[in-house]
Structure formats: structure tokens, C-alpha cells
Design a protein around this ligand. Structure first.
Ligand SMILES: Cc1cc2nc3c(=O)[nH]c(=O)nc-3n(C[C@H](O)[C@H](O)[C@H](O)COP(=O)(O)O)c2cc1C
Length: 367
């Protein structure tokens, strides 16, 4: 029997299979106000399955945490109804939904932050982008956070987590990956601080630790996950020793007995192709340091997913792009039904076209 399609306990929940929807920012909120649109509820409802887990796209915890116009956020009451509709749509199909909470840090622009300079652990030259009404633009110059400002940002995470609870989600995932604020603190290429939040990894992980504790204070550890991307390069991020850094992070998180650790394998090129011959490595070296479920993500197909789950390096596999164009992806993978190709042009913004109009296959009983 395929391990990928066997049940697993993730925190408080028992899932019936291990094919997870990876968080994907699709820039389809309604402006002004970043209101989750009805088509977002349709999208997540379509991808829900009985006992399956979905991770809802990166959701900014405040106005100044935003990076991309149209991206998800949860910072005012006018958004609750839209988010409730998303959670309800997933639950109607028997699925579970964790909301990914994000602060963009230096990956932003004054037009997105409400006019204030983007913040980061330290000022380090950065050539990244943000998305404003003028399209993708160079990120604005950022400034280093004062140590006295940090509790306020942690509090934004706590309040957003509470909103996610009030809207009926099943848990939250801290976005500690892909070069956004939490990651900027963890990795030494972007963290040059000399105070309690910089220097040795014990200090660089302090922001992560405080953010995780804030989420746990709302949800309990068994409904909190964390996403990391050791060796990912998005957002101009780098670390002098990723294996040591993220092994420490995995041990730290293991101590909290969080619901899962979500590991992005850095093997996708910008043009969507896999790096030649590159195997998933991070889950392998993190495995000894984290005793709970590990979700692996990044460039998986069915064979790769089966292999990593069979090896024990990961317990679940998150799919992004294939899930975007195959609402019934778990079913298709299980029954070897060909996949509909994804449409990159519709990834970041647009209408229902190439978003909620992908076909499902008829249910086929296993042979
Ligand atoms: C359109 C798009 C949006 C994404 N948005 C997010 C996001 O909000 N948060 C995140 O952690 N990763 C995000 N990712 C990365 C995916 O979660 C995933 O790690 C990546 O697509 C690799 O998995 P795949 O090969 O199965 O697509 C995004 C990827 C795509 C293609």
C-alpha cells in the first residue's frame, strides 16, 4: 500500500492522506481593503478533500507587513467574512486549512507598507521586488528594526493568529521561508545585528521563537506549523552554514512539539524546471533533529513524493504548481491520472480563468 495515501496524525488532526496543498500567493483579493474574494473560497473549496490538508497562501499580518498588491492579508474586521467563506468551503469537503502568516520585511515597497519604510533585521543591499499598482517594482530601501519595535511585530502575528482562529481555520503556519522577515532574522546574510537578535544562531532564532510562541499562545502547539527554506535564494537570502543554522531551528521547534515542520527544497529554477539531478536534501539532514511530521515541498511529482515518504525523510509532501491546475490532485496522483499542465501566466493575479476553471476527473474506484 502507498504510504502517500495512508493516514497520518498531524498535531491535533488525523489526515487521511499526505498530499498537501502548498501555500500559493495568487493575488486575488478585492481592492481596496484586501478583501478575500469569493473566487478564493471557490479555489480552496475545489482543492479540499476528505481528510486532506491545505495551507492557505501567505497572509500578511498587518498593512506594513504587505509585499504584493492583491495578496492575502488579515488585519481588519472587514476581511473576516471573506476568510470565513474560505474556511467553510474547505470544511464542507471534509478538509483542513492552516493559514500561512507572513511579514514581508525588506521585500516590500512604501506603497504597500502604508508609506513607511520596509523593515528588516539589518540594512543589507537588496535588489528584490515588490508588487504595486505599477506592477513589479524594485523594493524600497529598508531600515533596521529598533529592538524596542520587535514586540509590536510579534504582537501583530498574535493578533492575526487570533483572527484566523475567529474565522474558523484549523491552524496557522508561520512563514519562516523564502527570504521574508522571519527568514531575514534567521540567516546570517541578512542579519548583521549585534544585539540579542543577531550574531549566534541562538540569537538569530529569537524572532522566530517569539513569533512561534505568540502563535502557540492562541492555538496551542498542536495547531501551529512552521515553514523554512534552508538554502533557498528567493529574496536575496543566504547563510554561511545552512545545515547548522536550520538543524538548530529544527531542534528548537521540536522542543515546542509543533504540529509540523514544512521544508522547502531549493531545487526549482525560475523557469519552473528542476535543477539537474538535484535530490531533496534539507529534509534528510533535518530529519534527525525534528521528531514530529515533516512536510517536504519543491519540485515533487508522484514518484518523488512516494520516494521521500517511503525513505522517512518526510511524512507528507506539499504540491504547489500541479495543485494549481489539478483541483483533484490527490485523487489523480493516487490513480495515475494524467495531470493538467499549470498556467504560469495566471499565477499572480487575474480572474477565475485558469484559476477556478480547471477540470476534475470523475471519481474512479481503485482497482
Ligand atoms: C504562484 C506561486 C505562489 C507562491 N506563494 C507562496 C506563498 O505565499 N508562501 C510560500 O511559502 N510559498 C509560496 N510559493 C512556493 C510554493 O509553496 C512551493 O514551495 C513551490 O511552488 C514549489 O513547489 P512545487 O514545485 O510543487 O510548485 C508560491 C509558489 C507559486 C508558484
Amino acid at each position: 500500500m502507498s504510504r502517500l495515501f495512508s493516514p497520518i496524525k498531524v498535531g491535533r488532526y488525523t489526515l487521511s492522506h499526505r498530499v498537501v496543498l502548498a501555500p500559493m500567493t495568487r493575488l486575488r483579493t478585492i481592492q481596496p481593503g484586501d478583501i478575500p474574494s469569493p473566487m478564493m473560497a471557490t479555489f480552496y473549496g475545489q482543492r479540499a478533500s476528505e481528510g486532506g490538508l491545505e495551507i492557505i497562501e501567505g497572509t500578511s499580518v498587518s498593512i506594513s507587513a504587505r509585499s504584493y498588491l492583491g495578496a492575502a492579508s488579515f488585519y481588519h474586521d472587514g476581511q473576516i467574512e471573506g476568510w470565513k467563506a474560505v474556511a467553510d468551503a474547505v470544511h464542507a469537503k471534509g478538509g483542513r486549512a492552516f493559514m500561512q502568516l507572513i511579514h514581508g520585511g525588506r521585500q516590500s515597497h512604501v506603497e504597500m507598507t502604508g508609506g513607511v519604510d520596509p523593515v528588516a533585521p539589518s540594512v543589507v543591499p537588496f535588489e528584490g521586488v515588490a508588487l504595486t499598482k505599477d506592477g513589479f517594482v524594485p523594493a524600497s530601501p529598508h531600515r533596521a528594526l529598533g529592538i524596542e519595535e520587535i514586540p509590536g511585530i510579534i504582537e501583530e502575528f498574535r493578533v492575526a493568529a487570533q483572527r484566523a482562529l475567529d474565522a474558523g481555520f484549523d491552524g496557522v503556519e508561520l512563514h519562516g521561508a523564502n527570504g521574508y522577515l522571519v527568514d531575514q532574522f534567521i540567516q546570517d546574510g541578512t542579519n548583521r545585528r549585534t544585539d540579542a537578535y543577531g550574531g549566534p544562531i541562538e540569537n538569530r532564532a529569537r524572532f522566530l521563537k517569539e513569533a512561534v510562541e505568540a502563535l502557540i499562545s492562541v492555538w496551542g502547539a498542536d495547531r501551529v506549523g512552521v515553514r523554512i527554506s534552508p538554502s533557498g535564494q528567493w529574496g536575496g537570502i543566504s547563510d554561511s552554514d545552512p545545515e547548522a543554522t536550520f538543524s538548530y531551528v529544527a531542534r528548537l521547534l521540536d522542543g515546542y512539539k509543533i504540529a509540523y515542520l514544512h521544508v522547502v527544497e531549493p531545487r526549482i529554477k525560475g523557469d519552473d524546471t528542476l535543477h539537474e539531478g538535484q535530490e531533496p536534501v534539507a529534509a534528510h539532514y533535518l530529519r534527525p533533529h525534528f521528531t514530529g511530521p515533516i512536510i517536504a515541498a519543491g519540485g515533487f511529482d508522484k514518484a518523488g513524493a512516494e520516494a521521500i515518504v517511503a525513505s522517512g525523510d518526510a511524512d507528507l509532501v506539499a504540491f504547489g504548481r500541479h495543485f494549481s491546475s489539478n483541483p483533484d490532485l490527490p485523487h489523480r496522483l493516487q490513480h495515475d491520472i494524467p495531470l493538467t499542465p499549470y498556467v504560469r501566466a495566471a499565477f499572480w493575479g487575474g480572474t477565475e480563468k485558469d484559476y477556478t476553471d480547471f477540470p476534475r476527473t470523475e471519481l474512479v474506484e481503485p482497482a
